[in-house]
Design a binder for this molecule. Structure first.
Ligand code: GTP
Ligand code: MG
Length: 555
């Protein structure tokens, strides 16, 4: 017997663990009833296996007047239960025990205080026979008692009589629903002494047909008479087999697990999570003003180039104009942990309040001044998120599909802030100054100094001429005097250097804008991945683990 337990234990154990796991994963996704039902089954199974497995609890269940109490007395060999003419008669379950030693905790768990030793021979050793009240009772308490015990006992013996064996109450409320429990079920057609011999077979055939229709093919059906004792020997023999096997308890628990697992759903192939992120990234980029930022990167680069390398005579005009990139507060924000006093105040434009600076790419705090997304842009983001959810949920059963759609939306509130943050961080590098600007700047000032020297020289000559002083000797380059070369040459060189630098800055700005656009798309894509696709993947993974657990539970 111990051997038997060891043989059956692990598979039941692992199925129970799998059922619990599936219930846990289904929490909040599937109807609470199914989830708690699975938990109850697991809990009940856990308790039953700690109680006596040397005893098999068989319950006589059926309609009022079918003869449950009469059969109970007949099997026990003594009148333990009242058999009355007033219907219903039995109002509380009682137990007859064959070698009942050690069955106390089991009966305590079943909550059956009325227990009697059976008087009949001990061929049924280990049987705990219950006489139940009627399941179709006008007394609600009777029905509740039956429903409670039908859930708990190891073996169900349905007692029907020739008048009521086809009752819908029996077939719809019990038999059909217990199809998975056909391995722990017997059906007894009692009171056959009331039928002419020819009718017994017809009645049995009809009953068999109904049971087959209930999904109970293979369930033994016996014709008996509690009054005359006909068929009782066969019933005893059948009961004896089941009790001797000592397997009904585990077969029953296995059937419970099967039913509970079926209520959680059919295990299906979990769909592979696919990334539908292109449209999402595009919509997020639009909403975050990426094209605007990219344009500002190019313009800002050219602006700073002119300030750094322009002709010193005119570059101050450019300095008066604001830097297009810094106007968006990009490249001006303090890194996280920097002096708080230097942080820019919360966004002055339409974007919402400054956020905590946590999340993907959080290297700067504060907000950019990129204008808030328009209603159309926001709608496009929402559509993209919905499409991600829909695509991922396409092949899932209803409640799980809803959970996946919900997962796609679950963190969408954080998107605006997170995307703005990565836009600020990613484009901050675009304000870096190329080294050649400094060299050109030095050159510009040298040329400017030459021009200035030429101007001063000419100015000096002009003054001396005005004062009619003798002209000093004037060095020349060819026929052109040096101060003129310096003044005109310096001016021309300055303007030429400025023009060439501008040309280089224009190309540099375009290159930098293109690089920033690529980096922004990647960074924004990563935000979409973290906040939209990752929750979807997590939910799909949960479903995959659920179906896997469900498959193990059903095994
Ligand atoms: N002819 C005949 N009468 C029977 C047989 N079994 C029971 N009866 C009678 O049927 C009536 C009901 O029997 P009970 O044993 O009280 O039926 P029950 O199923 O326990 O009914 P409740 O306790 O009300 O649910 C009684 O009058 C019994 O004498 C049988 O095999 N043949
Ligand atoms: Mg009774």
């Amino acid at each position: 017997m111990k051997l038997l337990r060891r043989k059956e234990g692990p598979s039941l154990d692992s199925r129970l663990a799998a059922l619990l796991e599936a219930a846990e994963l289904a929490e909040g996704r599937l109807p609470e009833e199914a989830v708690s039902g699975a938990r109850t089954v697991a809990e009940r199974a856990g308790v039953r296996r700690t109680l006596s497995i040397d005893h098999t609890v068989a319950a006589l269940a059926g309609a009022t007047g079918s003869g449950k109490s009469s059969l109970y007395n007949a099997l026990a060999g003594t009148d333990l239960a009242a058999v009355g003419v007033v219907r219903p008669t039995t109002s509380a379950a009682q137990a007859a025990l064959w070698d009942g030693e050690g069955s106390g905790p089991l009966l305590d768990w079943l909550d059956i205080p009325q227990r009697h030793p059976a008087a009949s021979a001990s061929d049924l050793s280990g049987l705990v026979l219950l006489d139940l009240p009627d399941h179709d009772s006008i007394q609600v308490s009777h029905r509740l008692e039956v429903d409670r015990l039908v859930e708990l006992v190891d073996l169900l013996v349905w007692v029907v009589d020739p008048q009521k064996y086809a009752d819908a109450a029996l077939h719809d409320r019990y038999l059909r629903r217990l199809a998975a429990h056909r391995g722990v079920m017997l059906v007894v057609l009692n009171q056959v002494d009331r039928l002419p011999d020819s009718a017994v077979d017809r009645c049995l055939r009809d009953l068999r047909r109904l049971l087959d229709g209930d999904g109970l093919a293979g369930v033994p059906v016996l014709a008996v008479s509690a009054r005359t004792g006909a068929g009782l020997a066969e019933l005893r023999a059948l009961l004896n087999d089941r009790v001797a096997e000592r397997k009904s308890w585990s077969t029953r628990l296995a059937a419970d697990i099967t039913t509970a697992a079926a209520r959680l759903g059919a295990p299906e192939e979990a769909p592979a999570g696919q990334a539908m992120d292109r449209a999402l990234t595009a919509a997020l980029c639009e909403a975050a003003g990426v094209p605007l930022v990219v344009e500002a990167v190019a313009k800002g680069h050219r602006h700073r180039a002119v300030v750094a390398t322009g002709w010193p005579v005119t570059r101050w005009i450019r300095k008066l104009r604001p830097d297009p990139l810094r106007r968006l507060r990009i490249g001006t924000m303090a890194p996280v942990g920097g002096p708080v006093g230097e942080l820019p105040a919360g966004g002055s434009s339409g974007k919402s309040a400054a956020s905590s600076g946590q999340g993907p790419g959080a290297e700067v705090v504060g907000r950019t001044s990129v204008p808030a997304a328009s209603a159309v842009q926001r709608a496009r983001v929402e559509t993209a998120i919905r499409d991600v959810g829909e695509a991922a949920a396409a092949d899932l059963p209803g409640p799980w599909a809803a959970a996946v759609r919900q997962a796609a939306r679950s963190r969408s509130q954080e998107l605006t802030d997170a995307v703005d943050r990565v836009v600020a961080t990613t484009s901050a590098g675009a304000t870096r100054r190329p080294r050649w600007w400094r060299a050109v700047n030095v050159l510009q000032w040298l040329v400017f100094a030459a021009m200035l020297a030429g101007a001063l020289w000419l100015g000096g000559l002009f003054g001396m001429d005005y004062l009619r002083l003798p002209q000093p000797p004037l060095p020349t380059v060819g026929v052109v005097p040096w101060p003129t070369v310096l003044l005109v040459g310096g001016a021309l060189a300055g303007v030429l250097i400025a023009l060439l630098s501008r040309l280089a800055a224009w190309a540099g700005g375009r290159r930098r804008a293109r690089r920033t656009a690529r980096a922004l798309r990647t960074a924004v894509g990563r935000v979409g991945d973290d906040l939209v696709l990752a929750p979807v993947r997590a939910e799909l993974d949960r479903y995959a683990r659920f179906t896997e657990a469900l498959t193990r539970a059903r095994a």
